[in-house]
Design a protein around this ligand. Sequence first.
Ligand code: GLN
Length: 470
Amino acid sequence: MQIASDVRSGATTAEAEMASSLEAIRARNDELNVFLFVDEGGAINAARRVDERVARGENAGQLAGVPIALKDNLCQVGVPTTAGSRILEGWLPPYNATVIERVLAAGAVPMGKVNMDEFAMGSSTESSAYGPTRNPLDPSRVPGGSSGGSASAVAADMTPMSLGSDTGGSIRQPAAFCGLVGVKPTYGLVSRYGLIAFASSLDQIGPFAKNATDAALLLEVIAGHDPMDSTSLPEPAPSLVSHVNDGVAGQRIGVVRELYEGADDEVVAEVERAAAALRDAGATIVEISVPEFRLGLSAYYLIAPAEASSNLARYDGVRYGLRVDAEDVAAMNEATRTAGFGAEVKRRIMLGTYALSAGYYDAYYGQALKVRTQMIDAFRRAYQEADLLLGATAPSVAFTLGAKSSDPLAMYLSDVFTIPTNLAGDAALSVPFGTGDTGLPVGVQLVGPGRSEAQLFAAARVLELADGRS
Ligand code: GLN
């Protein structure tokens, strides 16, 4: 990454890069509502530490002096962390998420916390208790969600990279809407320690950047075993940047009907063009159908709310953030949760509690787990026919603010192509490829088995070059 090598060589300083990021944030934050908290003091300190390392002749790190935006569900010591919810207003985490420790150790400069759908439940960033974020490419439109702030920060050139989280598509879909590369890593590749939990068996933290190489670099920094997360894979971070230019010659890439059918024509056209570009670069394109993928959305909307209803039970007015006083503890819990959670979060808690309740557990939650197993088997079969899969990231380009906010099902359908990967725990990314009729970016999705990130980045790079990107 150019900034990091310039900081290491002394061509620029971390403090100067931090100052220009701050200026970019100030220029557009009122308009776009990206940052919920700008950590000016923390950023100055982090930048000075990097410059001191450079002055002492030490290696200042792979991300030396690179400003980074953090989704507001990542815990950072002493920095307000709300997960987009009133219930956590004023809460200061006592520890750093592992990913934050790792980016700091690599020399990155965290600029603050960025907006998101409340507890990461949403696809537009409109469910944030702190107001919607706007898409920097067209402020009348949403940036996608739930990591809409993370995508907008990079698309508005406030920071060159950012971190988000993806439970059902929350990195890939906003990356598609904002013209960025966004990665949902293999489950367990990146530690979830210090990520405010939504649905623990699906949540993964991942990078946003303007291109595959920078995204690969950030993923290399944050990946690798962490004893603080019991689901962390027992191996070091893979080498990714060194494979970005490997190409796709000899790879079999499966264009999966269920991963683009039903999308707008302008999106389908780009998926077809992407398949042709990969074929031109030496891949063998096979057309495949995986009917099980159609079951993903229904299974997800039982499993994710079920896990969320359990994870969100901890917000009781005693341990974190908001408390609304009342006569006794039960009344205080109720008043706090009534005031602290927004409508979408309440809907998920109710759906999840229902799906887990005695008498309904087998019919809903149990059934959804069986579908999840079918999904995993279906992916396995697909990977016998193809090394990687190709489809659309989202059914449309960025939609206008308010277009889906009163229709939860329409909003949920935004993730119809991304959810299957989360259920299987596999790896996937979105890469911008071409533009739709209105000139807005289209994202195509590349999906691969667990630990296939290096091949996914190589394929993404082929598409970047075919699309005339640097
Ligand atoms: N939009 C999906 C949901 O609301 C996915 C969110 C996410 O990946 N965090 O559950």
